[in-house]
Design a protein around this ligand. Structure first.
Ligand code: GLN
Length: 280
């Protein structure tokens, strides 16, 4: 069978299973199957693939048909300026989270040296993107999941910033090391009761640990704010990702912990998503 025909078959199966972007996903999964990039696929549509490859391809199509996210099947996700290694132990980096990176880069244009803390690193997409853009910045990342830290480490090595990053496996409550010029975090902020109503791909396949914000969605955010208030230097900036309906509540929490709110920002879907504040 040739590549073109296999992709069209795969795409049909995905469409029948109501997967959006069926054609694109089928092309990406073909690229993964034969270990090439999408450009190769587009330029070599008529090349044939062998039985073993075809079997592997249909296996991936089947996994995608039941909702497995493409990033878990390809073990890749592009975020900001880099490609990240991804497994189903971590939350897939979201384009909305690039807002956090953008804010940090805007705020630190004039800064030469800084020490940044990220609470809950996951894949490392936020802190590693920052370290890659700013030569003399140093990072500390914490996470409660050892698996996340292992993946973050792999990404740090791939992006050639591992010498500037320290990682610790710890609960945010128990971490008391250092003082930081700037803190970032994208903590779990979905209400427990809402988890099952998230998109199927998210609800069924992404780690609850990275999403579950407890009964009111704010239980992790509360801990992160409390701890940041202790670990941040005076006048240090704190950049936090939040849920679409949490802006006012989070602003109140921040003010109570001695933060001045600089601004809040909306994501691509016009939902409140990011808060920038300063410790006073
Ligand atoms: N934005 C994520 C979602 O779409 C949630 C991320 C989080 O809880 N930090 O599901």
């Amino acid at each position: 069978m040739n590549i073109n025909l296999a992709i069209n078959n795969g795409s049909k199966i995905l469409r029948n299973n109501l997967i959006p972007n069926a054609q694109l996903d089928s092309e990406i999964l073909m690229a993964k199957t034969i270990n090439k990039d999408r450009k190769y696929i587009l330029l070599n549509y008529t090349n044939s693939i062998n039985k073993k490859e075809l079997k592997k391809f249909y296996k991936l199509i089947q996994l995608r048909s039941v909702g497995n996210p493409v990033s878990y099947l390809t073990n890749k996700k592009f975020f900001w300026n880099s490609e990240f290694f991804i497994t189903n132990d971590i939350l897939i980096p979201r384009p909305d989270t690039e807002l956090v990176v953008e804010n940090v880069l805007n705020l630190t244009k004039q800064k030469n040296k800084m020490h940044i803390l990220e609470i809950g690193v996951g894949s490392g997409c936020i802190i590693l993107s920052i370290l890659k853009e700013r030569e003399n910045f140093y990072g500390t990342g914490i996470d409660i999941s050892k698996k996340c830290l292992n993946i973050c480490k792999i990404n740090a090595v791939n992006l050639k910033v591992s010498s500037k990053l320290r990682l610790y496996k710890t609960d945010v409550d128990k971490f008391n090391l250092g003082k930081y010029d700037l803190i970032v975090s994208n903590p779990p902020y979905i209400k427990k009761s809402k988890l099952k109503y998230l998109e199927r791909d998210v609800a069924k396949f992404e780690p609850k640990l990275a999403l579950d914000g407890g009964l009111d969605g704010l239980s992790e955010i509360r801990k992160v704010i409390k701890k940041s208030s202790v670990l941040i230097k005076r006048n240090g900036k704190f950049i936090l990702e939040i849920g679409f309906d949490q802006k006012n509540k989070v602003i109140n929490l921040l003010k109570k912990e001695g933060f001045y709110i600089n601004n809040t920002q909306k994501d691509l879907a016009r939902n409140d998503r990011c808060i920038v504040c300063t410790k006073i």
